[in-house]
Design a protein around this ligand. Structure first.
Ligand code: ZN
Length: 254
């Protein structure tokens, strides 16, 4: 059952229909993939308290990219995803999203989902509560300005608190953690990250993959990752916010 909560600053800031932005090619590509919608408070991925496993079938994965958009690397990742007809969810940072709004708009137009990832990328578990919520909210402003409806949020460094999870739920949001994390930001060679990915994917058989679209090494390994998923019979699932959340855009309460 879908939860419908009261209107919020985040709801006002973060909701415009994605579907209306999709051109025909993206829609045709989208139809080839299963879509999972997250309700407010439905926190998924990882094994930490407050998160549940996403309802994925065997050999289904979700592809997520954090910390963009980046003018050098994000377009190359979008090109590869389009060519392969693979959907992803981008958790963008407020500052580059504000600087490069066309890249956020392109991700949406290509049929991907976009979520918030704060403005400053500080560890919110270490920040004062009011500062943390302000950082979350301001991180969504350029997301909404670029035309993204989204109630999806990812904590920087996957680091949150039960109090912040409660606050997100009260404001109609869902937190997305990750199950498969090759730590692609550590500076290792692409082949090392790819080997980590393959091992974790084979071990778990399903899950949410976290990568970073501001990393050149991730651009370099992505074709091999997509080929691996294809050859091993994996499907990539679209992860989006629940349509019910659109109600919050107009301030409707139930
Ligand atoms: Zn991040």
């Amino acid at each position: 059952m879908r939860r419908r909560t009261g209107s919020s600053a985040l709801g006002l800031a973060a909701c415009v229909a994605i579907a209306a932005l999709l051109p025909g090619a993206a829609l045709a590509c989208e139809a080839r993939h299963r879509t999972l919608e997250l309700d407010p408070g439905q926190n998924v991925g990882g094994s930490t308290a407050g998160y549940a496993a996403l309802d994925l079938r065997d050999r289904e994965v979700v592809l997520t990219f954090d910390d963009g958009p980046n003018p050098e690397t994000t377009p190359r990742i979008l090109d590869m995803l389009s060519k392969a007809c693979v959907p992803a969810t981008f958790f963008v940072l407020g500052e580059p999203a504000e600087t490069y709004p066309l890249l956020v708009q392109r991700a949406l137009a290509d049929g991907h989902a976009v979520g918030g990832h704060t403005r400053s990328h500080t560890d919110l578990a270490e920040a004062p509560f009011s500062e943390a919520t302000r950082d979350i909210t301001s991180g969504f402003l350029p997301v909404a300005a670029a035309g993204a409806e989204s109630n999806l949020f990812r904590f920087p460094q996957l680091s949150g608190t039960p109090q912040l999870l409660d606050w997100l739920r009260e404001h109609g949001m869902a937190a997305v953690s990750a199950d498969i994390d090759p730590r692609d930001w550590e500076g290792q060679a692409p082949a090392v990250t790819l080997a980590r990915l393959k091992r974790q994917i084979r071990e778990k058989g399903r899950g949410i993959i976290i990568l970073h679209d501001d990393q050149l090494a991730t651009v370099q390994l992505l074709p091999d990752l997509l080929a691996f998923l294809r050859s091993e019979g994996y499907s990539v699932v679209r992860l989006v916010g629940a349509p019910a959340h659109r109600q919050l855009a107009s301030g409707e309460t139930r």
